[in-house]
Design a binder for this molecule. Structure first.
Ligand code: IDP
Ligand code: MG
Length: 138
């Protein structure tokens, strides 16, 4: 078993999509090991997306991610990082495979409903970012 971090982003959390997204993740074989709801501060969003600091969309992304509540979750499954990326689909929902979380719930490349860690190393860092009190979840 391995773990990854998902975040239901403010667009989806604010439009009544939380339950169906968690149900889809559980149906896909993930177990929720930790979950919380928060509105990120600007400093939190800037730190979380620090890797994108030089990208043209960084300011807009930080504004979006602080615009309302979001729902970080630590998810567990075999090959969790790769599997979650499959289930959420491509960054741009217009390019996401049919049936993926983004194809079903996202409106644009920025407002794309959900985050998924992109490597085991980043999954550990990102789980620790939102759940620092947990040595090992679950
Ligand atoms: P990912 O979430 O699929 O891993 P990243 O390239 O890591 O995509 O980008 C992080 C987030 O930044 C995306 O999920 C999306 O919200 C936003 N983003 C990425 N590329 C663009 C873009 O070209 N325009 C606007 N927002 C973008
Ligand atoms: Mg990414």
């Amino acid at each position: 078993m391995s773990q990854t971090l998902a975040i239901i982003k403010p667009d989806a959390a604010g439009s009544g999509r939380t339950g169906r997204i968690i149900a889809q993740l559980e149906s896909a074989g993930f177990t929720v090991r930790a979950v919380r709801m928060l509105t990120m501060t600007r400093a939190q969003a800037e730190a979380f997306y620090d890797v994108h600091r030089e990208r043209p969309f960084y300011g807009s992304l930080v504004a979006f991610m602080t615009s309302g509540p979001c729902i970080p979750m630590a998810l567990e499954a075999p090959d969790a990082v790769r599997r979650l990326r499959e289930v959420i689909g491509a960054t741009d929902p217009a390019e996401a495979d049919p049936g993926t979380v983004r194809a079903l719930n996202a409106e644009s490349k920025e407002r794309n409903a959900i985050h998924g860690s992109d490597s085991d190393e980043n999954a550990r860092r990102e789980i620790g970012f939102f759940f620092p009190e947990c040595d090992r979840l679950g």
